[in-house]
Ligand binder design. Structure first.
Ligand code: TRP
Length: 466
């Protein structure tokens, strides 16, 4: 392949792991994971989620990174390099598009987080005596067109800065600074939660399973969450993998990334539920949990003023390192395939992502009543990308690696950089091959049916018969 030498590369394996963990760890862990756990009854959901992460998430992360490292290309170029058919590059193209769609609504929520750093610092949370006041405050802010779009712009500019500076200088160095700060802040917030009186009820909710709440939907919801949180299914891990060399050990890097992502989700869960239970709030609050429930929790806890500021800073950092990976996919595509300069690609597509994000931001005010298929723009972008494009992308990737490129070729390619593992525990890598080839496609297919509502109808149908 030509031009290999010109392409950017990570400075070190640690740099890659932190950048990829930065992509994985984001709003999915700190905003979404706790409320999904809350809505699905706690510990039982977590156990199923952990199984999904280990048995499907990890093998697919390895497969995605491997395709990237092998081809040293963006998602479209990678499929082109490994197959002659015209179909597969379209799958890569769908990934590039999905990245755009995710970025457009992701950046809106991330913008709220930026805005809430200011709200916390200005002492606004002190007025939140009741859930109604907190809820109204949140609704008033998101109803404000200038606030919504302004914060969106601010967040996009912050994220673009890192991608603009390049793979090593921007993304890697940025992650190396931001990720340790994120870990530290989150641990501080968790310790504060654990030391609150009554916080142990939150731990019980998180770690004491109530199996009666588990249904077929719970399992599929858990798998969907594990996909979103690991940044799978649209070529983000693939693109990050394309900046690795053959000497890098993919299985060990993937285990570290998945471990960190899971650890952070659990720590975030502990931090949030100890606080929610200690102050007698509702755990099943839903998507508003972080912006409406937590600020009340902060006002009620000693040291809450500082903790609140730290919390929204860490949420913003987590969102930036994820948004970076979404923007990098589009950027890499235009650099590799269309020979654009990085700076131009970042300015054009960062700007475009901002413009596409505007209708999502307006979904909370001017365009509230503008719906397609019964969903407003924000919900539609969220639904289409997370529930349809990502599972479909993940399914196709597993099929591609298992059958088109071929598991045997993938297997021998994976060996580069992981020779010791292949010698010592051949069984473990064999299990990887089996999971990618058989288990992942079948289970992801079921999630997809669920997303389309088909599986739900079937499940209902059968439970009626029984
Ligand atoms: N994983 C990130 C989170 O949990 C979001 C994200 C970043 C993502 N890049 C992605 C999700 C690519 C799917 C695909 O917040």
């Amino acid at each position: 392949m030509p031009q290999l030498n010109e392409r950017e590369q990570w400075g070190s394996k640690l740099g890659f792991v932190l950048a990829a963990a930065g992509s994985a760890i984001g709003l999915g862990n700190i905003w979404k994971f706790p409320y999904v756990v809350g809505q699905n009854g706690g510990a039982a959901f977590i156990i199923i989620y952990l199984l999904c992460v280990a048995m499907i998430g990890l093998p697919v992360v390895i497969a995605e990174i491997l395709v990237g490292r092998t081809t040293q290309r963006n998602p479209v170029g990678a499929f082109k390099a490994l197959s002659k058919s015209k179909f597969w590059p379209l799958v890569g193209g769908m990934g590039v598009l999905a990245g755009f769609v995710i970025l457009s609504f992701y950046a809106v929520v991330a913008g709220w987080s930026v805005g809430y750093i200011y709200e916390a610092a200005a002492g606004r949370f002190a007025e939140f005596k009741t859930p109604e006041i907190a809820g109204n405050h949140f609704n008033n802010l998101t109803a404000n067109v200038y606030w919504g779009i302004g914060m969106l712009a601010l967040f996009m500019i912050m994220s673009m800065t890192f991608v603009y500076a390049g793979v090593k200088k921007g993304i890697e160095n940025g992650s190396k600074i931001m990720m340790p700060i994120l870990f530290l802040l989150l641990i501080i917030v968790m310790i504060r939660g654990l030391t609150l009186e009554g916080g142990d009820k939150g731990l019980e909710f998180l770690f004491n399973p109530d199996w009666s709440k588990v249904t077929g939907t719970t399992i599929l919801e858990a798998l969907g969450q594990s996909f979103f949180t690991l940044s799978l299914g649209m070529g983000a891990m693939l693109t990050y993998g394309s900046y690795m060399t053959r000497k890098d050990n993919i299985p060990s890097a993937a285990v570290e990334i998945v471990f960190l992502d899971t650890l952070i989700a659990l720590i975030a869960g502990v931090a949030i539920f100890t606080a929610v239970f200690a102050t007698g709030q509702n755990a099943a609050e839903g998507p508003g949990l972080i912006f409406q429930t937590l600020p009340i929790v902060f006002t009620k806890m000693p040291g809450g003023y500082i903790i609140a500021i730290l919390f929204f800073i860490l949420l913003t950092i987590a969102a930036i390192t994820s948004a970076i990976s979404l923007l990098e996919v589009v950027t890499a595509y235009f650099i590799d395939e269309k020979k654009w300069k990085r700076h131009n690609a970042v300015l054009v597509f960062g700007g475009l992502a901002f413009i596409i994000g505007i209708p999502s931001a307006l979904s909370f005010n001017l365009m509230k009543d503008f719906t397609l298929f019964g969903l407003n723009f924000f919900d539609l972008a969220n639904y289409l990308s997370a529930n349809i494009m990502l599972p479909l992308g993940g399914l196709l990737l597993a099929i591609f690696v298992g059958y088109i490129w071929g598991i045997d070729k993938a297997f021998s390619e994976l060996k580069n950089g992981a020779e010791k593992l292949f010698e010592k525990s051949k069984l473990r890598v064999k299990i990887w091959a089996i999971l990618v080839k058989y288990l992942a496609p079948v289970l992801i297919f079921l999630v997809l049916l669920q997303s389309l509502g088909i599986l739900q109808k079937l499940l209902d149908f059968f439970s009626e018969i029984i």
